[in-house]
Design a protein around this ligand. Structure first.
Ligand SMILES: Cc1cc2nc3c(=O)[nH]c(=O)nc-3n(C[C@H](O)[C@H](O)[C@H](O)COP(=O)(O)O)c2cc1C
Ligand code: SF4
Length: 546
């Protein structure tokens, strides 16, 4: 059935996503029309609509939304934000959104298509009048060579044109070899070599191929993709165009989460300008290369960051994870070979092609090369976004860049809600690369740092992670769908009813989720829970039975 939807969705109109049409369909009549146009049952349209938070009953009628992400939770700012929004708009008019990418100053909320944070909550009247725009975040490169943040090397439309001209006259295999040589590994979490992914896709025989930018940055604590989309848009878009050229694709999609409205607007403006300049569209720069791309707006589902769920979403299906293999490079969007890359992976390509692969390869430890953006939350004295050399010592990042912590911190969750929870004394001895975090039993992920203060209960944090997974589970496999709810219930009855929870049952639950889940949402949650149980054992002791 889902295969049929993929094929029908692509056959009818492979450029404008079915999902975009479903998401903007205002009523039953228009749902019926979409179903007729695509030769689908109307129940399929409803089933898709019912999957997404933003398309749920009454969601869009709210006036303001409070951020419920982990960083704001740990900072303890959101009760006050909720209170002030309730007072201004009425409780029924205030909803929730999960992580608005404002983790560096917390107190985050959303109002009328824009996000706010920090002191903004005290300026609601000005915000409503439209006379207040919040401050920008701190962002700086500490890397030997900046590939992502500084603008000298590549930032203007002229830079885009010049580099594209150069690349379009180069040999495709040389360019892919050069990317492989650079050692660039995917920044979306798994660290798969980008050049190799492009080569696999290039080798596929197919009448159509697609390039997809994964800009669903759902990890609470991370705001690096948001920055790149808003401030380094051309680097990201260049990565997509050149990927299209190298793999033989003429169509791309940027799947940008709906919680980042500014990113969506800025990216759309840049796409229009590139079209005006003839750098997108037919016969780019007088060659026989055609390429264009469109933005698809996410509708509030964390699982859409997982690449097969993201593909399902663009196709207008429920965003349920698919079994791999086949991998997207063989059978991806509309069942055609597809490269899915993270925003930061794509952004790095422009500078690598501009400066040459050596400059990237020579930074790092040989296996993790180049530079990486790190997102430091509001518990650092210098919160913000920083570009650092791969393999930089963590104590340098914590103290010299982050300026140390502004509160007593017991542990830091690195790499999103499925990342390890690392006690500060252990974190200080790691280096910022895939190997160091793997060897320590943790994950580098997207390199977001959410600090858990000593004053914040480890049990509450564990409950928060179970609740997050229960809410975001796509429901395809039962270890995750049921396990996350059971874990949440066990902790809730321990917290609210003073009931002891069974150590053995918790252990079995975590083992079942880890080994039996289809993807790294259910499969990944046990890592941070186990870290909490181990490193904060004293806090859990009074709640534990046999
Ligand atoms: C639950 C889950 C959420 C994910 N979220 C993201 C995300 O927000 N952004 C992202 O690029 N990759 C995310 N990924 C990883 C993607 O599936 C995929 O590996 C990545 O987009 C590939 O790009 P890369 O090779 O450039 O890293 C997620 C994976 C899982 C299992
Ligand atoms: S682990 Fe969770 S999110 Fe992943 S496929 Fe299973 S139910 Fe879906």
């Amino acid at each position: 059935m889902s295969r049929n939807i993929s094929l029908l969705s692509g056959k009818k109109d492979d450029k404008n996503s079915l999902f975009g049409k479903i998401a903007s369909s205002p009523n039953q009549e228009s749902d019926n029309k979409i179903a007729r146009d695509y030769n689908l049952g109307v129940s399929t349209i409803h089933s898709t609509k019912s999957f997404y938070d933003f398309l749920g009953d009454g969601f869009k009628s709210k006036k303001a939304y409070v951020c419920t992400g982990s960083a704001c939770l740990c900072r303890g700012t959101q009760d006050l934000v909720s209170k002030k929004l309730d007072e201004k708009f009425g409780t029924d008019n205030v909803g929730e959104m999960v992580c608005l990418g404002r983790c560096y100053e917390n107190s985050a909320f959303h109002y009328e298509g824009k996000n706010y944070s920090g002191e903004d909550i005290n300026k609601l009247d000005k915000i409503i009048k439209g006379t207040h725009t919040g401050p920008k975040y701190t962002m700086k490169s500490y890397a030997d060579t900046s590939f992502l943040v500084e603008n000298e090397v590549f930032s203007t439309y002229k830079d885009f044109k010049d580099l594209l001209k150069k690349c379009l006259s180069d040999d495709k295999h040389n360019l892919i070899d050069s990317l492989k040589e650079s050692g660039l590994r995917g920044r979306g979490g798994a660290g798969f070599p980008t050049g190799m992914k492009w080569e696999f896709c290039q080798a596929q025989e197919a009448n159509k191929k697609y390039v997809v930018c994964n800009a669903d940055e759902g990890d609470p604590g991370a705001f690096s993709d948001r920055y790149l989309l808003e401030e380094q848009t051309l680097k990201v878009l260049f990565g997509m165009v050149i990927c299209g050229y190298l793999i033989g694709s003429n169509q791309g999609f940027l799947y940008i989460r709906g919680e980042y409205p500014e990113s969506i607007n800025i990216t759309n403006q840049a796409l229009n300008k590139l079209r005006d300049l003839g750098l997108l569209g037919k016969s780019i720069l007088g060659t026989n290369f055609d390429f264009d791309m469109n933005v698809v707006e996410g509708q509030g589902a964390y699982i859409c960051g997982e690449e097969t769920a993201l593909i399902a979403s663009i196709e207008g299906r429920r965003a349920e994870v698919d079994v791999r293999p086949p991998f997207p490079t063989v059978e991806g969007l509309y069942k055609k070979p597809t490269v899915v890359n993270n925003v930061e992976s794509l952004a790095a390509v422009a500078t690598i092609f501009k400066l040459g692969n050596d400059s990237f390869k020579n930074i790092g430890n040989g296996k993790s090369t180049g530079t990486k953006l790190v997102s430091l939350d509001g518990h650092f004295n210098n919160p913000g976004l920083y570009e650092v050399n791969m393999a930089a010592p963590m104590d340098y990042i914590i103290d010299d860049i982050g300026g140390g912590f502004n509160e007593d911190i017991k542990a830091v969750q690195v790499g999103g809600p499925l990342g390890g929870i690392v006690p500060v004394e252990i974190l200080r001895n790691l280096t910022l690369d895939f190997e160091s975090f793997d060897n320590g039993g943790f994950l580098l992920g997207h390199a977001s740092f959410v600090c858990i203060p000593k004053s914040f209960s480890a049990i509450e944090y564990a409950k928060h992670l179970f609740a997050f997974t229960a809410h975001e589970s796509c429901g395809k496999c039962f270890p995750c769908r049921l396990g996350s709810i059971r874990g949440k219930e066990m902790l809730e009855s321990a917290i609210y009813n003073n009931a002891k929870f069974s150590k053995e049952l918790m252990h079995d639950l975590l083992e079942t989720m880890e080994s039996g889940s289809l993807c790294a949402l259910g499969g990944g949650l046990p890592l941070p829970i186990k870290n909490l149980l181990e490193h904060c054992a004293e806090e859990f002791k009074p709640l534990m039975g046999k």
